[in-house]
Design a protein around this ligand. Sequence first.
Ligand code: 6GP
Length: 871
Amino acid sequence: IETTIPAQSREIWNKHKVQKFNTADEFQERFISHVEWTLARSLYNCDDLAAYQATSQSVRDNLVIDWNKTQQRQTARDPKRVYYLSLEFLMGRALDNALINMRTDTDVRDVGDTDETLTKGNTSREMIKNAMNELGFKLEDILDEEPDAALGNGGLGRLAACFVDSMATGNYPAWGYGLRYQYGIFAQKIINGYQVETPDYWLNFTNPWEIERAEIQVPINFYGYVDRGQNEKSTLEPSDWIGGERVLAVPYDMPIPGFKTSTVNNLRLWSAKPTTEFDFKKFNNGDYKNSVEEQQRAESITAVLYPNDNFLQGKELRLKQQYFWCAASLHDIVRRFKKGKRAWSEFPDAIAIQINDTHPTLAIVELQRILVDLEKLDWHEAWKIVTSTFAFTNHTVMQEALEKWPISLLGRLLPRHLEIIYDINWFFLQDVEKKFPHDMDLLSRVSVIEESSQERQVRMAYLAIIGSHKVNGVAELHSDLIKTTIFKDFVKIYGSNKFTNVTNGITPRRWLKQANPKLAQLISETINDPEDNYLLDMSKLTQLSKYAEDEKFQKKWNDVKQFNKQRLADLIKKLNNGVDIIERDHIRNTLFDIQVKRIHEYKRQQMNIFGVIHRYLTMKELLQSGASIEEVVKKYPRKVSIFGGKSAPGYYMAKLIIKLINSVADVVNNDKEIQDLLKVYFIPDYNVSKAEIITPASDLSEHISTAGTEASGTSNMKFVMNGGLIIGTVDGANVEITREIGEDNIFLFGNLAENVDELRYKHQFHNEGVPASLAKVLDAMQNGAFSPQNHSEFMPLIDSIKSHGDYYLVSDDFEAYISTQELVDQVYHKDKKEWLKKSILSVANIGFFSSDRCIEEYADTIWNAEPVKPE
Ligand code: 6GP
């Protein structure tokens, strides 16, 4: 590898080579130097926050050494590189994860300490925990000081975070590219039952996990015009894009440590800065303040994450974010490629770019622009390179999420890119015409330009398909659906080989080892794997099967669950102003029923809360007809319904669902007659670090989307991996989860995706009313049972079912939902052994859903990339 340091100086460099800490002692020394030198604090004013920062800095030091070596190794071997472009990386906290993944050079085991934690599944984490204790700090408290890196909305963003973990763990030479938002997803407060959004200024106390690369500044242009000289060349020839607004993109790097490997990959997040260019005209006119203010506006590009999940909000600033990030990332990728001095035609052999949904689609156009306008390649030669480089993952079939940008906006912001899009479309439509002559309908259906009545728009998904060599869905059902619905015409045009499936996965390091240390320990003991190798090969979990009915083992298994339920109850108490929702003594025999995810009508939290209301009303009826509490308990055993999730700030119906949940909680939790038999709680500000406490505590979790709407879901995998059972519809990855764990171990119900169209049609034209069980619920709501001050408060939820066609088919699935819930109660309370057996068998067979498997599939079938293993 090249360097400008003269040969004779290298000896000195090597003599003073930095070293990782390997022992508790060395860690403490490093910690104290960071307290003193990095934070300029001391023994006398080191609080938990400072301790968190000094610990993170120390751990980061170790990671940076491996990070540098990883980059050097990859530069030397020059393998095919993978770039994962995602507008969202919902990383959560970094420190605990780093402690679990990090390797010290000597892979420290017992360091002479007799603390019992050192004798079990020994990792650097235990070593540091003890070292912290000696320094006067509790690791748990220190970890709690870290704000979540909440640079994402939901499933799509968290998937990207699991992927970078697995790519590092699998030693893939892979980088993530995203944006460094100053404000992540808003913090959610619940005030009088309503969601209130407050800003998430997560960088407040500075972020020890990022390394600013201030020396790299990529100029990014917007607006302006295209110049093709005097004699009007064709748009296919190199053209100049001139003028407009200019900002700088500065990268911040986050080290991504693999598990049980010294590979540390990079997540590069771009931040917008003003240029140092200056408007001298304004300045000379004496308008110094305004000339600075305009520049300052540059920073607004990366100020805030758009808080919508599965929904397009067509704002100019969002399009600016997208281009800013695509252009900066491609500049970086191309610069790195050029260092290798290879021919352009080899670009696709050197690089694979995966685009996470359509948000990075402009990267396709930008690469074409770079190749044609700047590198002067022939248009078709360039296009061949582009299409062999990109691959596209679709994450939703929801119409309202499919990105479309008005031609007028795109053309103004990116005039040259619009020309290129037109040309891409032109050649594409010519090919279609050749294959399917005179099919005007087909041409207009697949055109990248939608000629709708109001405004012509660019269909980003179509552009993404045309510009990629592979298109994948995220679960089998979803990948089949996109081929028969939204992308049907493209299957006809390209053949079905272009379309493939990679079922989602989750990282077991965070979602098992980190979130559920007790279960992880029980597993490693039981399958005799003290080194936690099962976290790399989850098929090892099948060894648990033989203990599924072993009473002693079942007891241990149950104890872990009880511990985790207690931990969640403690969190809820803290969030609930110190008031317990469930009495301690009752936790053990209370079923924890959890639904946590973004609030969306298609995810049907409304059906869940209607089910709770139904249960409540029926219990009341039983009591009023003279039944004793004991008799009621027989039919409706103790249960707490826990909800959590954010609504997009502008999503009226989702916000109303949150309010309904809180209003029902208010009534049910304060009903003396019902006692502790039924409780409802909405956990405010659901995020990754809360999910780590919530997920291990479920007995049952709900994944009850209208069939065909949830592309995959990933929390379903997390809950099962933590020994919770699922109630769910035949949707997304629930289908494959069922196949893996067995249909006896999951509670499926409801209509199938194939029947949805017909049911919707029926609602439109023959309104048959709602089933009696649901009518009872809706009537109570309408009578103000949960809104005594305002009986019509929840009418929009009622109307959407009764009068507006029940698009999400709540009325069609409600009875099956209720009866399946009753079945759940019976198994849980009547046959605990059976329940535990299901739970154990589920974990034993969930290995398929490790994101390691998922990344391997991408590498083999889409990227054609190989790992680069450290020696
Ligand atoms: C989500 C899907 O809704 C979810 O089912 C899936 O598990 C997840 O992506 C990861 O693939 N989609 C989004 O969050 C989204 O915004 C545009 O799609």
